[in-house]
Design a protein around this ligand. Structure first.
Ligand code: ADP
Ligand code: TRP
Length: 321
């Protein structure tokens, strides 16, 4: 099956990105034809500093490779290296009703916060649809917050096919409900924009500081506590084996345990889980040219598929004479 997903290079990767999306991307490499890319033109809607964007792109590339993205099995590339995507985005934008885009959270949230959105923010879902449809993707693994964008993509693909003939594959979303929304250290959804993340490749001291600042209630140490209402427990559960999770829940309910114990356990779990990835990332940091080569080779492969689709699209809409 053609699996495709992308991630914006808009900041440092955190637990939400990993458990909500990247972990599944790695797993889905087995038995699928997977395409993963860095959505650098999407990031340009918010990161408007060239040095910063360059750094972010390489960072996300190294993160993905460190997590086990295997360029021998998956096609790994940068969105901006595939110009056909921009061409398809224009065609799709002529099919996208204003009202549909006005209802998208990506745009509505910015409006609600009083941020004057640019046209790129408004058209964001159309570019995302082009990303997906140009590779005839069948399955798109993303976090729950991207669900609406996949729905827009399906709408646009159906509308294209109805208007111009069956050219585009209508994709399905893939959301692991178990990991649908990872909470941040303040209990809201973990997100770069809320400054509540635990960054996976930060130094150990910084990670410890973040873990120690996970917000908990002020139940006294001696009293029983409710694991199911606890953000810290939710984070611990991401890493714990079922027996460990049950044991920790039992300790919550029994009382006599302070939250510091859980924070220490969470910190140890994070370091243990990501230790091998942290080591692997250092190898890529030492060889940035290798990372650039991998992205370049991926782009060459992705372009072949993108060109096939855009040729069909040109023919179908009538610009090819
Ligand atoms: P952020 O909200 O930090 O800017 P992105 O929008 O760049 O994160 O998300 C990249 C990917 O990670 C998306 O597929 C998104 O759904 C997923 N993701 C981000 N935060 C979370 C979270 N807290 N829980 C689950 N998935 C998440
Ligand atoms: N909008 C996605 C995010 O913020 C990134 C993205 C861009 C994407 N294009 C995509 C994800 C295509 C899946 C498929 O996470």
């Amino acid at each position: 099956m053609r699996v495709l997903s992308g991630i914006q290079p808009s900041g440092k990767i955190h637990l939400g990105n990993y458990f909500g999306a990247m972990k599944h991307h790695i797993t889905l490499q087995d038995n699928n034809s997977a395409f993963y890319f860095i959505a650098d033109y999407h990031a340009l809607t918010t990161v408007q500093d060239a040095k910063q964007l360059r750094e972010n792109i390489l960072d996300v590339a190294m993160d993905y490779l460190a997590f086990g993205l295997d360029p021998e099995r998956s096609v790994f590339f940068k969105q901006s290296d595939i110009p056909q995507v921009m061409e398809l985005a224009w065609v799709l934008s002529t099919l996208a009703p204003m009202g549909l885009l006005e209802r998208c959270h990506s745009y509505k949230d910015k409006m609600a916060k009083g941020i004057a959105p640019n046209h790129g923010v408004f058209a964001y879902p159309v570019l995302m649809a082009a990303d997906i449809l140009i590779y005839q993707s069948q399955l798109v693994p993303v976090g729950k917050d991207q669900k609406q964008h996949i729905e827009v993509t399906r709408d646009l693909a159906l509308k294209f096919n109805q208007t111009f003939g069956e050219v585009l594959t209508v994709p399905d979303e893939y959301i692991m409900e178990q990991y649908a929304v990872i909470p941040g250290i303040d209990g809201q959804k973990m997100s770069k924009s809320y400054n509540n993340t635990i960054e996976i490749f930060a130094d150990e001291k910084a990670i410890k500081k973040k873990v120690m600042s996970v917000v908990t209630d002020c139940t006294p140490v001696a009293d029983p506590k409710d694991p199911d209402a606890c953000n810290l427990f939710a984070l611990y559960s991401l890493f714990a084996a079922p027996e460990e999770k049950a044991e920790m829940a039992q300790r919550y309910r029994a009382g006599g345990m302070g939250y510091k114990v859980v924070k220490d356990a969470l910190y140890d779990k994070i370091m243990e889980h990501f230790g091998p990835y942290r080591e692997r990332r250092v190898q890529y940091e030492k060889d940035v040219d290798l990372v650039k080569d991998i992205l370049f080779e991926g782009a060459v492969k992705a372009q072949v598929v993108a060109q096939e689709t855009i040729d069909k699209v040109r023919e179908a809409v009538g610009v090819k004479i």
